[in-house]
Design a protein around this ligand. Structure first.
Ligand code: NAP
Length: 312
């Protein structure tokens, strides 16, 4: 008999097709009465396969007594209640590494776009201003500038390699220094002070909540840029918005926001921000690889083998 798997939200369609072929899938997101739906399937559900950890609350985990594994589609597990998973002996897996290149590409694209204002200059051309008003104003160069990476992990290291190819210098801060050829700063304020662009690549969750606030942005200064491909929660978003509006930092490139998909409309009016709808890993190739890893973790678990990428 196929194991019963709960889908809390829709995943990448080809992955969903594989999940539905190999497992008996229950779609929570289609249920009219979610409480009744969970109550009905609770005696049978052995796994949750969420996209981005959606819906994996302590309440849901506690409501599923037969739950053995949460196989996440995504590397970030900040939306999953890991404490509840530990308490109930539930394995949690994610999809690391296979998305490093695409997320790092996105980080460099945002960096280029905030320094060079390519989206804004393209909008200038499309508005007919080039002919009417003359050349677009000069922007800032990337080469020779310092990128300070806050969170030099798997993705952070892929970002560093790309930034080096653009002629940038790298510094970093993690809680634990690593064996890497880049200078280490002891805290985020020191890193921001020593950087032209602060690249945020930490995990989300309580340990990094509001890590980048007024003190860090003050240290970055009026000529400094911030790029966030991590989680919206890592930046104090209202403070960031105010600093961008008041020109207290030079600009921001953001792939992630505090309450996605909601973005405060005040951001739309900013000329010094480049905004993306959380597309860091959003390519067919990378999403396919992420889905394959999610399915493989479930397969291995139900075959009695160790999972490939365990978090808890
Ligand atoms: P990773 O390999 O675990 O790297 C995270 C790095 O952050 C580590 O070097 C870690 O070092 C550092 N870190 C953790 N907590 C910190 C803290 N409080 N202060 C300073 N540094 C801290 O993770 P990854 O695979 O690179 O992924 C990083 C994150 O990127 C994910 O968790 C996810 O939120 C985000 N992401 C976003 C997208 C997107 O589409 N935009 C896609 C994929 C991933 P220490 O432990 O030594 O501190």
């Amino acid at each position: 008999m196929k194991p019963d798997v709960l889908l809390t939200n829709a995943v990448f369609p080809p992955t969903q097709a594989r999940l539905e072929k190999e497992f008996t899938c229950h779609k929570l997101y289609e249920a009219a009465d979610r409480t009744a739906f969970v109550r009905d399937i609770a005696p049978r559900v052995r796994a949750i396969a969420p996209f981005g950890g959606a819906g994996c609350t302590a309440e849901l985990i506690a409501a599923l007594p037969e739950l053995e594994i949460i196989a996440n589609f995504g590397v970030g597990v900040d939306a999953i209640d890991l404490e509840a998973a530990r308490k109930h002996g539930v394995i949690v897996t994610n999809t690391p590494d296979v998305l490093n290149d695409c997320v790092a590409d996105t980080a460099l694209a945002l960096t280029l776009n905030v320094f060079r204002k390519f989206p804004q200059s393209e909008a200038y051309l499309r508005s007919g201003y080039w002919a009417a008003r003359g050349p677009y104003p000069l922007t800032a160069a990337l080469g020779g500038k310092t990128m300070g990476i806050l969170g030099l992990g798997r993705i952070g290291e892929a970002i560093a390699r790309r930034a080096l190819a653009f002629g940038m210098k790298i510094r970093y801060h993690n809680r634990h220094p690593k064996e890497v050829p880049y200078p280490y700063d002891p805290d985020p304020v020191a890193l921001a002070k020593n950087s032209d662009v602060l690249m945020i690549a930490t995990p989300g969750g309580p340990a990094t909540h509001g890590l980048v606030g007024a003190k860090v942005l003050d240290a970055l200064g009026r000529q400094g840029y911030v790029v966030n491909i991590a989680r919206g929660s890592v930046i104090d978003q209202p403070v960031l918005l105010r600093y961008l509006q008041e020109g207290r930092i030079a600009g921001a490139g953001l792939d992630v926001f505090a309450e996605e998909p909601g973005v405060p409309p005040a951001f739309f009016a900013l000329d010094n921000a480049v905004l993306l709808p959380h597309v860091g890993s959003a390519t067919v190739e990378t999403r396919t690889a992420m889905g394959n890893l999610q399915v493989e973790n479930l397969r291995r678990h139900f075959a009695g083998k160790p999972v490939l990428t365990r978090v808890v």
